[in-house]
Design a protein around this ligand. Structure first.
Ligand code: FAD
Ligand code: DLZ
Ligand code: SF4
Length: 506
């Protein structure tokens, strides 16, 4: 039986399940740059460029390893423009009798491929199979990441001494999350000059996606496995030792701080989760990086990353449409670079526009926090995050956005909404010093919008959160406020929201 084997833009490893099941001597690998994936949403030009350049390099890699590869470039006049269409067209021309793929990371494509009769093999690049996650989740009242993480530590043996966690504790976050450092000692992530293949992709993306939000110039992401390995090595040497301490810090002029920037490479398949975690673990055992940094980093990968994937597949295709808080407001123009006097929001969006990257706390506590407080439609928020970040694929983006950030799944992931006033942002960043608003001002001229919108959010969702013990303190503080002050806060917050509804900014 001759097979046509589909390799998607985020399955760029030689050991993906479908390639392992194929035979280079007889089978055909099908890869395709298509409008159905790249133009269906306003993906950031750097994200499209990263995807296409990494795909082209990987196709070369496969050819060098003896595979026949039918590769559809974006401008191919014969292209059907969709993944199932290209797979069928190439299979037909090759005389393949069956089509095989590794399970995609979004329900849309899974459904389309199943409908087209393609055999899907489970994607086993993850530590927790669907069955393993479901076994863990079954019968639990709440699916909290921390307990899942401990199971993953035991399963992988990472930072374990027999049955016990190294150092005696599972989690060292109490030593992390320091405010931003005064001086940065880290030179930042390792970047790469585009080679000829990548330059051709950059020309293509510039010509075909001129209206997509985001800057293409200055593209410098790794696009091959060798480069991604060098980026990993660089992070372990230079970034990891301080990763824990400054994980939640935000600096206006330092978009990357001590973050790894490995998510795009990991999600595309250029790197694997265990090789990253083993490298971090080695750095701890060699005395190069402290336990709080290494444990915190490993937790993000074998804990959060695997956990959100488990939730995405367990909750099913309708997960992305959930809207537990009934939010319907249009995503504010500031998310597309429209004017705003809020320095934190303007900075996080500008960085996103320039780099297709923002780190976790910027995504969660600046853009996500703001969208949630103003009651933006979670579907629009989801599409924004899925489009603008170089590492965004639905299986990982949707649970982080719909669940963790927008509480639209009704608390499957988060036990309370991630909302904050300006005080948190001021503590963790240097944004407020350069802002037109005054973070210490709670009402009146120049009051920080986060201070007003925070209470507006809590007040309008009071019924929904009644009985949530984790929110009781917030409501107690609100209730202790003088009645006239509360009325002023709500009126001023409403005034801001009205401005958004009128299409203006603040
Ligand atoms: P680091 O801070 O260096 O962390 C190390 C690694 O841990 C990351 O590379 C990533 O693989 C993993 N990781 C950390 N946090 C998470 C998490 N919450 N979920 C899954 N993996 C995690 N991550 C994505 O990979 N793709 C997305 O589309 C995405 N969308 C997000 C949307 C929102 C609203 C939020 C709040 C978070 C989102 N995240 C997403 C999680 C996180 O923000 C990114 O993984 C991280 O910022 C990537 O940068 P980094 O590689 O420098 O991460
Ligand atoms: C993200 C992306 C983009 C922009 N373009 C393509 C493409 O043209 N061809 C392809 O195979 N994959 C692409 N991808 C990645 C897919 O969107 C991703 O594989 C699915 O959404 C499943 O996660
Ligand atoms: Fe953001 Fe408020 Fe600080 Fe301005 S004052 S940067 S709006 S938190």
């Amino acid at each position: 039986m001759v097979k046509a084997i589909l390799v998607l833009g985020d399955q760029l490893g030689r050991d993906v399940a479908a390639l392992r099941a194929g035979d280079p001597a007889t089978d055909l690998v099908v890869m395709a740059e298509v409008a159905g994936e790249a133009a269906n949403l306003g993906h950031h030009p750097k994200k499209i460029a990263f995807c296409f350049a990494a795909m082209r390099h990987f196709a070369e890699d496969l050819r060098a390893a003896g595979w026949q590869v039918a590769y559809t470039c974006y401008d191919d006049p014969d292209s059907t423009g969709t993944i199932p269409g290209e797979l069928a067209r190439r299979a037909d021309a090759f005389g393949a009798t069956s089509c095989l793929a590794t399970e995609p990371g979004d329900w849309r494509l899974i459904t389309a491929l199943r409908k087209a009769g393609v055999t899907l093999l489970e994607d086993d690049r993850f530590l927790a199979s669907h069955k393993r996650f479901d076994d863990w989740a079954r019968g639990r009242k709440a699916l909290r990441m921390e307990y899942f993480y401990r199971e993953m530590r035991r399963a992988t043996g990472l930072l374990m001494e027999g049955d016990a966690p190294v150092g005696g504790a599972w989690n060292y976050d109490s030593e992390n999350r320091k405010p931003p450092p005064g001086t940065l000692f880290h030179e930042g992530p390792l970047w790469f000059d585009p080679d000829e293949t990548t330059r051709a992709v950059l020309d293509l993306v510039a010509a075909r996606f001129p209206d997509h939000f985001g800057r293409l110039d200055g593209f410098r992401y790794a696009t091959t496995r060798d480069q991604a390995l060098a980026a990993l090595d660089h992070f372990i040497t230079h970034g990891l030792p301080d990763f824990g301490d400054y994980q939640d810090a935000m600096l206006d002029a330092e978009p990357f701080l001590y973050h790894s920037l490995l998510s795009a490479y990991l999600n595309a398949g250029l790197l694997g989760p265990m090789e990253i975690c083993r490298a971090a673990e080695r750095a701890y055992h060699d005395g190069h990086a402290p336990l709080n940094a290494v444990e915190g980093f490993i937790r993000q990968i074998i804990g959060w990353r695997e956990y959100v994937r488990g939730i995405y597949f367990r909750e099913g295709p309708d997960y992305v449409t959930r809207n537990d808080l009934g939010h319907t407001r249009k995503l504010p123009d500031a998310f597309w670079g429209g004017p705003t006097d809020m320095r934190c929001l303007a900075s996080a969006v500008a960085q996103t526009r320039d780099e297709a990257y923002a780190h976790h706390i910027q995504r969660l506590m600046i853009t996500g926090n703001f969208a949630l407080l103003v009651g933006a439609d979670p579907q629009q928020v989801h599409e924004w995050y899925l489009g603008v970040y170089v590492d965004a694929h639905e299986w990982v983006e949707a649970p982080n956005t719909i669940g963790m950030s927008q509480f639209a799944d009704g608390g499957v992931i988060a036990s309370k909404p991630y909302v904050s006033s300006g005080a948190y942002i001021n503590r963790m960043s240097d944004y407020c010093g350069a802002c037109a608003y005054t973070v210490s001002r709670k009402t009146g001229q120049g009051a920080c919008p986060f201070n007003l919108l925070y209470w507006h959010f809590l007040d309008r969702h009071r019924e929904r959160f009644r009985g949530n013990p984790r929110m009781a303190n917030m409501y107690r503080t609100w209730d202790r406020m003088a009645e006239d002050k509360r009325a002023t806060v709500l009126a001023e917050a409403q005034h801001l929201i009205n401005k958004l509804d009128a299409g203006s900014s603040f």
